[in-house]
Design a protein around this ligand. Structure first.
Ligand SMILES: [Zn+2]
Length: 193
């Protein structure tokens, strides 16, 4: 147990150190295809923003509703997260790694499995949705699955409770995040030329 506490403390310190050293900015556009209840969506976006904030990344979250006009940020400056009802299997989401280097990387959150996760873990829907959206956004920035924290492949009750306080990325994952943000910046600068 003592060893686990040390590991968590080390991860927290590494994230905080990056946070203090440099802050990045990223826009996240949610395309809501299922019309998530507005209070839950607002909660999810606020929690998502706070989790990225802990990682030293300033994010601006906007939601676009089906059938309504949706002005997009400049190419390279944003990630797209599409909330859709369902897909095959029990996956909570999917990140299109093919789109990672494109102008508009795109990932999906699967609404029905997310609602089941919220029920199973007795957490608000907004909490489960935020954790899935941040997880998929981090995939789009180059992170892979880990055995702890926000990048766990599956969440249990304790995972959700823990990651709402801190996404818990390792120093290696923080470096991957910086690299992914650098790639976004390079795409944006190329598009601006
Ligand atoms: Zn994943």
């Amino acid at each position: 147990m003592r060893r686990q506490i040390w590991i968590v403390a080390a991860i927290w310190i590494s994230a905080a150190a990056v946070c203090a050293a440099q802050r990045e900015r990223l826009e996240i556009v949610i395309l809501d295809q299922v019309e998530v209840e507005s209070a839950q969506m607002a909660y999810a976006m606020d929690l998502g923003r706070r989790l990225f904030d802990i990682l030293g990344v300033e994010t601006v979250w906007t939601v676009c509703h089906r059938g309504q006009p949706c002005p997009m940020p400049p190419p390279g400056a944003y990630l797209r997260l599409v909330v859709v009802p369902w897909t095959k299997g029990s996956a909570l989401g999917f990140a299109s790694t093919d789109s990672m280097t494109s102008n508009s990387p795109q990932a999906y959150a699967f609404y029905l499995p997310v609602t089941r996760l919220a029920k199973r873990t007795e957490q608000p829907l907004g909490t489960a949705l935020a954790c899935v959206m941040v997880h998929e956004a981090l995939h789009l920035l180059g992170l892979e699955h880990a055995s702890f924290g926000i990048m766990r492949e599956k969440f249990d009750t304790q995972d959700l409770a823990n990651v709402t306080r801190n996404p818990l990325l390792s120093a290696t994952q923080i470096a991957q995040l910086r690299h992914g943000l650098g790639r976004r910046k390079a795409v944006r600068l190329t598009a601006e030329r």
